[in-house]
Design a binder for this molecule. Sequence first.
Ligand SMILES: Cc1cc2nc3c(=O)[nH]c(=O)nc-3n(C[C@H](O)[C@H](O)[C@H](O)COP(=O)(O)OP(=O)(O)OC[C@H]3O[C@@H](n4cnc5c(N)ncnc54)[C@H](O)[C@@H]3O)c2cc1C
Ligand code: SF4
Length: 488
Amino acid sequence: MGKVTGFLEFERLEEGYEPVTKRLKNYKEFVIGLKPEEAKIQGARCMDCGTPFCNNGCPVNNIIPDFNDLVYTGDWRNAITVLHSTNNFPEFTGRICPAPCEAACVLNVNDDAVGIKSIEHAIIDRAWAEGWVVPQPAAVKTGKKVAIVGSGPAGLAAAQQLARAGHDVTVFEKNDTVGGLLRYGIPDFKMEKSHIDRRVKQMETEGVVFKTNTIVGELPKGSKVTNWATTTVTPEQLKKEFDAVLLSGGSEQSRDLPAPGRDLAGIHFAMEFLPQQNRVNGGGKVKDQIMATGKNVIVIGGGDTGSDCVGTSNRHGAKSVVQFELMPMPPEQENRELTWPYWPYKLRTSSSHEEGCEREFAIQTKEFMGENGKVTGVKTVRVEFKDGKFNEVPGSEQVLKADLVLLAMGFVNPVDTILAGFGVDKDARGNAKAATEDAGAYATNVEKVFAAGDMRRGQSLVVWAIREGRQAARSIDEFLMGASTLPR
Ligand SMILES: Cc1cc2nc3c(=O)[nH]c(=O)nc-3n(C[C@H](O)[C@H](O)[C@H](O)COP(=O)(O)OP(=O)(O)OC[C@H]3O[C@@H](n4cnc5c(N)ncnc54)[C@H](O)[C@@H]3O)c2cc1C
Ligand code: SF4
């Protein structure tokens, strides 16, 4: 274990941030990672618990006490081996995971949790800098062909595992570059895209073929889902040419707000706004980019996506940014006795909120107001949650100025026509139906077609997508070969 008395001697140390004035001038990452000697002290805080709740709280079951100890003793080389044994892409999760492992850490019962995420971040950044992350091509090829639809974290994790098991893997992506929401949802200031490019190179050397600008199946007419495909492949072609197909196309159907005035110009889904800025940051061109510059911006939706809209609007130079959340303001501190080791209900203030944003809770949008076809304001009402439903507070109506409204209320399900094209059954929430346990895990009702990530579980987290991609890869390997040595 770290240091026997480490948790008594040392305080938790948070990663640093560049000052707001500096970071708002660009889209670069601004988190200052721990120095090796700082990471060592943080590793020393780990108690190597008899039952490491952190390991269960982590969706990829990272072997956290082991890499904490290895960092404490300075064995960084083995620390990355342990970390990679459960997670293909720690540089993604070390940056953008909300760290359910830390909520579950035993030290979090009555002290500050071990800084697991900052240690993970330090290990993988050092591993890349030292040249320890190298391609691992399969020693023996199987001759089996696997198609993967969608290049988000689920598709990438599955592709890497399957290529390393010796299969010929082709990833189809409708957008112009690989990465899914890592590329075109999550802003660069949270995760720069060079981290994806580096992995794509590694995977190409391992034999993975990427076909970008290629859609499998079709979107409904007039769909606002991001799509830069120039080539279409039919589900039938895929089923005919490949021995197995994995659907990992994400949950891309944004939730709409069909209030009066929704058709006014200046009201957009978050996933129309964010991908454009990410594309420009990547050197691409966008015609008539949606800009927040000089505008009063209202972001509807209090989650991660909304917070990313806040950060991007402030970098554009918005005049004001207000974020709405329907639910009441959560408590600043969780009740740990009630919530530990689970994900606690508490107020979360992101780095984007700290950069400047007014947050309104228990507020509902009644109508979008406009002049000459353009949005000028939002009519709202306060709500109270009582008897299992939201009730309007009489006399609390208000109109807030708005020149740009961004809808960030989450995603309802995967695009219907893509699943229908394959004939895949859906669950009650409209996701691809596939169980995750036992033999045939992640298999859909259609012979040799599997599903994983947000497309199967609904909108979720990068770390869950990586877990599902890895587990689906094992299941596909078993289906193709009769047995698998890939980890579950
Ligand atoms: C703005 C935003 C911010 C987020 N921030 C965080 C965060 O900070 N931390 C976190 O853990 N999670 C975050 N998430 C959630 C996280 O990004 C997703 O849960 C995760 O990316 C899902 O991975 P996936 O591989 O299942 O799908 P996706 O990442 O959605 O990738 C699916 C890919 O499939 C492609 N595709 C779909 N259909 C087809 C088709 N028919 N043919 C070809 N290609 C197709 C899509 O273009 C897309 O590139 C965020 C989500 C959003 C929207
Ligand atoms: S729960 Fe916390 S203290 Fe215990 S092993 Fe995991 S990281 Fe270490």
